[in-house]
Design a protein around this ligand. Structure first.
Ligand SMILES: NC(=O)c1ccc[n+]([C@@H]2O[C@H](COP(=O)([O-])OP(=O)(O)OC[C@H]3O[C@@H](n4cnc5c(N)ncnc54)[C@H](O)[C@@H]3O)[C@@H](O)[C@H]2O)c1
Length: 271
């Protein structure tokens, strides 16, 4: 069902790798809600080709950009404004990658070059996206930027490795840049802290199946799906949330404020 929440709005959606990606679902919903937008991903991710199928479905131009390169990002904004006929109203940062996680290096044996790469790709890229946008004055007043986070930014989750540090920085950037961008252009910046979700990035984390089912049992509403997340992102892109900024918003079925659930008690008691 469409509510026309993004009618007339223009945007940029990063991170749609395949149909499981959270960004993929956001693109489909944004289209349904009346937005026009460009799609972007790292040049290397283009090789998979799936994004072209999404682009066709959404009538969107694909603009490759490595989110760690300010040159690529400036090109992304310039080409997006050309393609869409003006400044954008929303930007989705749906980007995460840790070479240490990928290569199975534990937190007490990190490769520091890779650690820097994790932070650059997964956190500093949000700063680069915001700074490039502000320099080019590429986002309309009351525009909305959303990035995706995980609760390992606040609590220890041993398997989440250096991504936990990257997410803590990501959330801090949303606050710090959110303040500045609100003052200069009334642009809003928020992060959504999403439940474990079976995507390429999600399932790449060691023990994903176990923490997915732990979170499912812990959350009174169960885990939020990628589709649920996309719905929430759309509300943040819409004018219905104009005064929400500099927040980390938990979208997790109640997980973050539950101490223990009856299901987990029963499991521990062997029932
Ligand atoms: N899946 C989960 O359990 C979960 C939970 C909470 C938050 N998140 C976050 O959601 C976001 C989206 O991840 P997803 O779960 O949809 O997985 P995904 O693997 O589908 O998406 C991650 C995307 O990041 C892109 N990317 C990696 N390096 C890049 C670079 N240098 N430049 C541009 N793009 C680059 C990848 O190509 C991919 O499209 C990430 O920030 C992730 O950390 C995921």
């Amino acid at each position: 069902m469409s509510y026309g929440l993004l009618k007339g709005k223009k945007g940029i959606i990063s991170g749609a790798l395949d149909e499981n990606s959270i960004a993929w679902k956001v693109a489909l919903k944004a289209k349904e809600e009346g937005a026009t937008f460009t799609l972007t991903n790292a040049p290397i991710a283009m090789r998979m080709g799936a994004i072209n199928q999404l682009a066709e479905q959404c009538d969107a131009k694909v603009i490759p950009a490595d989110a760690t390169s300010t040159e690529d990002l400036e090109k992304l904004y310039t080409e997006s404004m050309d393609a869409l006929g003006g400044k954008v109203d929303f930007v989705l940062h749906s980007i995460g990658m840790s070479p240490n996680v990928r290569k199975g290096r534990e937190y007490n044996n990190l490769n520091y070059e890779w650690y820097m790469k994790s932070v650059d790709v997964s956190a500093m890229s949000l700063h680069k996206m915001l700074q490039s946008a502000e320099k080019l004055d590429a986002i309309n007043e009351w525009g909305s930027v959303v990035a995706l986070s995980y609760i390992a930014a606040q609590r220890a989750f041993p398997f989440y490795n250096d991504m936990a540090d990257a997410k803590a920085i990501l959330e801090s950037i949303a606050r710090s840049y959110g303040y500045r961008y609100a003052k200069s252009k009334k642009v809003r910046v928020n992060t959504i802290s999403q439940s474990p979700t079976p995507t390429t990035a999600g399932t790449g984390i060691g023990g994903f199946d176990s923490f997915f089912s732990f979170a499912e049992k812990m959350s009174p509403l169960g885990n939020a799906t990628a589709d649920d997340c996309a719905n929430y992102v759309i509300t943040l892109f819409s004018d219905l949330t104009r005064m929400v900024t500099m927040q980390n918003l938990f979208h997790d079925g109640g997980y973050s404020t539950t101490g223990i659930s009856e299901e987990l008690m029963a499991m521990i008691q062997g029932k």
